[in-house]
Write a new protein. Structure first.
Length: 192
Protein backbone atom coordinates (compact mmCIF):
# COMPACT_ATOMS: atom_id res chain seq x y z
CA UNK A 1 0.00 0.00 0.00
CA UNK A 2 1.82 3.08 -1.29
CA UNK A 3 -1.00 5.56 -0.87
CA UNK A 4 1.36 8.33 0.29
CA UNK A 5 3.74 7.96 -2.66
CA UNK A 6 4.38 11.32 -4.34
CA UNK A 7 6.94 10.48 -7.04
CA UNK A 8 7.10 7.46 -9.30
CA UNK A 9 9.68 6.95 -12.05
CA UNK A 10 8.98 4.07 -14.43
CA UNK A 11 10.84 5.57 -17.38
CA UNK A 12 12.99 3.49 -19.74
CA UNK A 13 11.11 0.25 -19.37
CA UNK A 14 8.96 -1.74 -21.77
CA UNK A 15 5.56 -0.97 -20.32
CA UNK A 16 2.75 -1.36 -22.84
CA UNK A 17 0.08 -0.15 -20.45
CA UNK A 18 -0.17 1.64 -17.16
CA UNK A 19 -0.25 -0.73 -14.18
CA UNK A 20 -3.71 -0.38 -12.62
CA UNK A 21 -2.22 -0.02 -9.12
CA UNK A 22 -0.74 3.34 -10.09
CA UNK A 23 -4.21 4.73 -10.70
CA UNK A 24 -5.01 4.47 -6.98
CA UNK A 25 -2.03 6.57 -5.88
CA UNK A 26 -4.07 9.71 -5.35
CA UNK A 27 -1.22 11.60 -3.66
CA UNK A 28 1.08 11.13 -6.63
CA UNK A 29 2.56 14.43 -7.81
CA UNK A 30 5.21 13.35 -10.34
CA UNK A 31 4.74 10.43 -12.72
CA UNK A 32 7.51 9.66 -15.21
CA UNK A 33 6.60 7.17 -17.93
CA UNK A 34 9.10 8.37 -20.55
CA UNK A 35 10.57 5.86 -22.99
CA UNK A 36 8.06 3.04 -22.78
CA UNK A 37 5.69 1.38 -25.25
CA UNK A 38 2.41 2.70 -23.83
CA UNK A 39 -0.31 2.82 -26.50
CA UNK A 40 -3.14 4.26 -24.42
CA UNK A 41 -3.86 5.81 -21.06
CA UNK A 42 -6.78 4.42 -19.06
CA UNK A 43 -9.57 6.85 -18.20
CA UNK A 44 -8.69 6.32 -14.53
CA UNK A 45 -5.65 8.55 -15.10
CA UNK A 46 -8.15 11.28 -14.22
CA UNK A 47 -8.18 10.00 -10.62
CA UNK A 48 -4.65 11.33 -10.05
CA UNK A 49 -5.92 14.82 -9.26
CA UNK A 50 -2.79 15.85 -7.33
CA UNK A 51 -0.51 15.14 -10.28
CA UNK A 52 1.74 18.10 -11.11
CA UNK A 53 4.13 16.56 -13.63
CA UNK A 54 3.27 13.89 -16.17
CA UNK A 55 6.02 12.69 -18.48
CA UNK A 56 5.02 10.52 -21.45
CA UNK A 57 7.88 11.27 -23.84
CA UNK A 58 8.58 8.58 -26.44
CA UNK A 59 5.65 6.24 -26.12
CA UNK A 60 3.09 5.09 -28.69
CA UNK A 61 0.03 7.09 -27.69
CA UNK A 62 -2.42 7.77 -30.51
CA UNK A 63 -4.96 9.59 -28.33
CA UNK A 64 -5.54 10.86 -24.81
CA UNK A 65 -8.59 10.06 -22.69
CA UNK A 66 -10.93 12.96 -21.98
CA UNK A 67 -10.30 12.37 -18.26
CA UNK A 68 -6.89 14.01 -18.70
CA UNK A 69 -8.91 17.19 -18.22
CA UNK A 70 -9.40 16.27 -14.54
CA UNK A 71 -5.71 16.86 -13.80
CA UNK A 72 -6.19 20.53 -13.00
CA UNK A 73 -3.04 20.76 -10.86
CA UNK A 74 -0.71 19.80 -13.73
CA UNK A 75 2.29 22.09 -14.12
CA UNK A 76 4.06 20.10 -16.81
CA UNK A 77 2.64 17.78 -19.47
CA UNK A 78 5.25 16.19 -21.73
CA UNK A 79 3.90 14.26 -24.74
CA UNK A 80 6.78 14.52 -27.23
CA UNK A 81 7.46 11.63 -29.62
CA UNK A 82 4.11 9.89 -29.64
CA UNK A 83 1.59 9.36 -32.44
CA UNK A 84 -1.03 11.90 -31.40
CA UNK A 85 -3.10 13.47 -34.17
CA UNK A 86 -5.41 15.54 -31.96
CA UNK A 87 -6.19 16.36 -28.35
CA UNK A 88 -9.43 15.84 -26.43
CA UNK A 89 -11.37 19.06 -25.87
CA UNK A 90 -11.14 18.44 -22.13
CA UNK A 91 -7.45 19.32 -22.21
CA UNK A 92 -8.75 22.87 -22.28
CA UNK A 93 -9.71 22.40 -18.60
CA UNK A 94 -6.03 22.52 -17.61
CA UNK A 95 -6.12 26.29 -17.23
CA UNK A 96 -3.26 26.33 -14.70
CA UNK A 97 -0.87 24.43 -16.98
CA UNK A 98 2.30 26.44 -17.75
CA UNK A 99 4.28 23.84 -19.77
CA UNK A 100 2.96 21.70 -22.64
CA UNK A 101 5.23 19.76 -25.00
CA UNK A 102 3.73 18.07 -28.05
CA UNK A 103 6.69 17.94 -30.43
CA UNK A 104 7.22 15.08 -32.83
CA UNK A 105 3.63 13.86 -33.08
CA UNK A 106 1.29 13.75 -36.08
CA UNK A 107 -0.76 16.86 -35.41
CA UNK A 108 -1.97 18.53 -38.61
CA UNK A 109 -4.27 21.21 -37.14
CA UNK A 110 -3.46 23.51 -34.26
CA UNK A 111 -5.38 22.03 -31.32
CA UNK A 112 -8.02 24.68 -30.53
CA UNK A 113 -8.27 23.28 -27.00
CA UNK A 114 -4.85 24.78 -26.26
CA UNK A 115 -6.34 28.25 -26.72
CA UNK A 116 -8.08 27.90 -23.33
CA UNK A 117 -4.78 27.42 -21.52
CA UNK A 118 -4.35 31.06 -20.58
CA UNK A 119 -1.49 30.41 -18.15
CA UNK A 120 0.62 28.57 -20.70
CA UNK A 121 4.22 29.81 -20.68
CA UNK A 122 6.00 27.19 -22.77
CA UNK A 123 4.39 25.50 -25.77
CA UNK A 124 6.29 23.14 -28.03
CA UNK A 125 4.54 21.96 -31.21
CA UNK A 126 7.67 21.39 -33.27
CA UNK A 127 8.01 18.46 -35.69
CA UNK A 128 4.33 18.10 -36.49
CA UNK A 129 2.47 18.91 -39.72
CA UNK A 130 0.83 22.21 -38.84
CA UNK A 131 -0.17 24.26 -41.88
CA UNK A 132 -1.61 27.30 -40.10
CA UNK A 133 -2.11 28.93 -36.74
CA UNK A 134 -5.45 30.28 -35.55
CA UNK A 135 -5.59 34.02 -34.93
CA UNK A 136 -6.66 33.22 -31.36
CA UNK A 137 -3.06 32.23 -30.65
CA UNK A 138 -2.74 35.90 -29.74
CA UNK A 139 -4.85 35.26 -26.63
CA UNK A 140 -2.08 33.20 -25.01
CA UNK A 141 -0.47 36.35 -23.64
CA UNK A 142 1.54 34.56 -20.94
CA UNK A 143 3.53 32.56 -23.50
CA UNK A 144 7.27 33.02 -23.11
CA UNK A 145 8.47 30.18 -25.37
CA UNK A 146 6.76 29.03 -28.54
CA UNK A 147 8.43 26.37 -30.67
CA UNK A 148 6.78 25.80 -34.05
CA UNK A 149 9.86 24.59 -35.91
CA UNK A 150 9.70 21.79 -38.48
CA UNK A 151 6.06 22.22 -39.48
CA UNK A 152 4.48 23.36 -42.75
CA UNK A 153 3.46 26.89 -41.77
CA UNK A 154 3.15 29.26 -44.74
CA UNK A 155 2.22 32.36 -42.75
CA UNK A 156 1.68 33.61 -39.23
CA UNK A 157 -1.44 35.47 -38.11
CA UNK A 158 -0.87 39.12 -37.24
CA UNK A 159 -2.22 38.35 -33.75
CA UNK A 160 1.13 36.73 -32.97
CA UNK A 161 2.12 40.31 -32.19
CA UNK A 162 -0.11 40.16 -29.09
CA UNK A 163 2.27 37.71 -27.39
CA UNK A 164 4.19 40.51 -25.69
CA UNK A 165 5.80 38.24 -23.08
CA UNK A 166 7.35 36.00 -25.73
CA UNK A 167 11.11 35.56 -25.28
CA UNK A 168 11.74 32.64 -27.65
CA UNK A 169 9.92 32.11 -30.94
CA UNK A 170 11.34 29.21 -32.92
CA UNK A 171 10.16 28.97 -36.52
CA UNK A 172 12.93 27.24 -38.47
CA UNK A 173 12.13 24.64 -41.13
CA UNK A 174 8.70 25.93 -42.14
CA UNK A 175 7.45 27.40 -45.43
CA UNK A 176 7.21 31.02 -44.31
CA UNK A 177 7.77 33.69 -46.95
CA UNK A 178 7.33 36.70 -44.68
CA UNK A 179 6.60 37.63 -41.10
CA UNK A 180 3.76 39.91 -40.01
CA UNK A 181 4.82 43.47 -39.20
CA UNK A 182 3.01 43.14 -35.86
CA UNK A 183 5.93 41.03 -34.67
CA UNK A 184 7.75 44.27 -33.93
CA UNK A 185 5.48 44.46 -30.84
CA UNK A 186 7.40 41.53 -29.36
CA UNK A 187 9.82 43.69 -27.38
CA UNK A 188 10.88 40.86 -25.04
CA UNK A 189 11.90 38.55 -27.88
CA UNK A 190 15.43 37.23 -27.35
CA UNK A 191 15.49 34.38 -29.84
CA UNK A 192 13.88 34.17 -33.27
Amino acid sequence: NLKNLQELDLSRNSLKELPKEILNLINLQNLDLDNNQITELPKEIGNLINLQKLYLYKNKLTELPKEIGNLINLQKLILNKNKLTELPKEIGNLINLPILHLSNNQITEFPKEILNLINLQKLNLSENSLKELPKEIGNLINLQELDLSENSLKELPKEIGNLINLKDLILDKNKLKELPKEMRNLKNLQEL
